[in-house]
Design a protein around this ligand. Structure first.
Ligand SMILES: Nc1ncnc2c1ncn2[C@@H]1O[C@H](COP(=O)(O)OP(=O)(O)OP(=O)(O)O)[C@@H](O)[C@H]1O
Length: 269
């Protein structure tokens, strides 16, 4: 998935979220309904229907070019579907894309931190862009730095951070907007084993509180974090379920074998 920038939806009074529809606090986090997107003749996302529950940690896996990035871009309201629809927090991508973009956030593969700003300034800047007052932004930054164990680096410029700490900051910049759904794109790419495990532990802490859609090529990462995993190939859904479901449906002994079976060119064609 290509790197993307965190998008700011503009100011909201007090920086607080306001329910936008009666469905807002109930029902699934995401419901795809025959969602389709093409680029010219190439169908990048092909007739996807699936549901992600509130608070679910949901994995999105697939070979290169499977359509994961395109799907995430649509669900963030960054690009419009060609046909079908999805409801995110009860709101339609077709009619409420702007409202959706205020309630979700994306932690991109290539971190979007400002190298010359400090850790605290990066966090406060994002909170302010999302409409928080100066005091609220400061308070949220303190909370995020504490939960992501960045407090002792608050005044350090982002460019002085190690890869692992920069990834944590990037995650913090997504979480500081208090999104109801957060999309994480390869959050531990390029990290050493210890930093990766460290970040996994922090990500596991989101379980049940925030709906997370994790895109990754690291099968172990999806296995260890995700409640359910969707596996895509050529824009199509090849399987969705817990790791045990994928093992059962393919008869494979390992998740890697199950993934290979489900993404095989012949399978599901
Ligand atoms: N802006 C675009 N213009 C034309 N084709 C595109 C565009 N974006 C994506 N595609 C094509 O759509 C298909 C799906 O691409 P997408 O980036 O969504 O896949 P992905 O699963 O995120 O891949 P990767 O794992 O390699 O990042 C690919 O065939 C890709 O070449």
């Amino acid at each position: 998935m290509a790197g993307q920038t965190i998008h700011g939806p503009g100011r909201r009074p007090g920086g607080e979220r306001a329910p936008t529809s009666p469905l807002d606090t109930a029902g699934p986090a995401i419901e795809l309904d025959h969602l389709t997107k093409s680029y010219g003749k190439r169908v990048a996302v092909d007739d996807l229907s699936l549901t992600v529950g509130r608070g679910e940690f949901f994995g999105l896996l697939g070979s290169n070019g499977a359509g994961k990035s395109t799907l995430v871009r649509m669900l963030c309201g960054l690009t419009a579907p060609a046909s079908g629809d999805a409801r995110v927090l009860g709101m339609s991508l077709r009619t409420d894309a702007t409202a959706i973009s205020r309630r979700v956030n994306l932690s991109p593969q290539e971190t979007a931190v400002a190298a010359n700003l400090s850790v605290a300034e990066n966090l406060e800047l994002v909170a302010r862009l999302y409409g928080a007052s100066r005091a609220e932004a400061r308070s949220r930054a303190l909370d995020v730095m504490e939960s992501l164990r960045l407090g002792d680096r608050a005044r350090d410029r982002a460019k002085s951070l190690s890869g692992g700490l920069e990834r944590r900051l990037s995650l913090g910049m997504a979480l500081i907007t208090k999104p109801d759904v957060v999309f994480l794109d390869e959050p531990t790419l390029g990290l050493d084993v210890r930093s990766r495990r460290d970040l996994w532990a922090l990500l596991a802490g989101l379980k049940g509180t925030t709906t997370v859609v994790l895109t990754t090529h690291q099968l172990e990462e999806a296995e260890s974090l995700c409640d359910r995993i969707a596996i895509m190939r050529d824009g199509r859904l090849r399987g969705v379920g817990a790791v045990a479901d994928h093992l059962a449906s393919t008869g494979a002994a390992t998740f890697e074998d199950a993934f290979l079976a489900l993404t095989d060119e012949e399978a599901g064609a």
